[in-house]
Write a protein that binds this ligand. Structure first.
Ligand code: SF4
Length: 113
């Protein structure tokens, strides 16, 4: 079994607290693993805290708060435009960015020409 996800006072409530850490760092293109982890995130009571932490720390790797690295690039762009971490997290939790993030996922699956 891998290590537990570290970090944050919210960790004790994390839906993934007993899940091997390596599941959260799928290899590039391993969308199946990322989708599996997302199921935990959807039910997680501290999803907002987790995503906020990742955005604040500019975590570049792994799944955090139900978002992949590529999806967080969409969110980082909003931060660069002046939105706060709290605002961006609220938008994600409200589903306001679902389309943009889904477009990112689709892009990721498109084979290279
Ligand atoms: S949102 Fe996902 S990655 Fe973050 S603590 Fe919850 S289950 Fe773990």
């Amino acid at each position: 079994m891998g290590e537990l996800i570290p970090l944050g006072e919210w960790e004790a409530e994390a839906a993934c607290r007993e899940t091997p850490n390596d599941l959260y760092y799928p290899s590039r293109g391993d969308s199946e693993k990322a989708e599996f982890i997302r199921m935990f995130c959807e039910l997680c009571p501290v999803r907002g805290e987790c995503l906020g932490y990742a955005l604040d720390k500019r975590e570049r790797h792994g799944v955090w708060g139900g978002t992949t690295e590529k999806e967080r690039r969409v969110l980082q762009r909003l931060l660069r435009k002046g939105l706060s971490v709290e605002q961006v997290v609220a938008m994600v939790l409200a589903g306001e960015l679902d389309e943009e993030m889904a477009a990112r996922r689709t892009q990721a699956r498109r084979p290279r020409e």
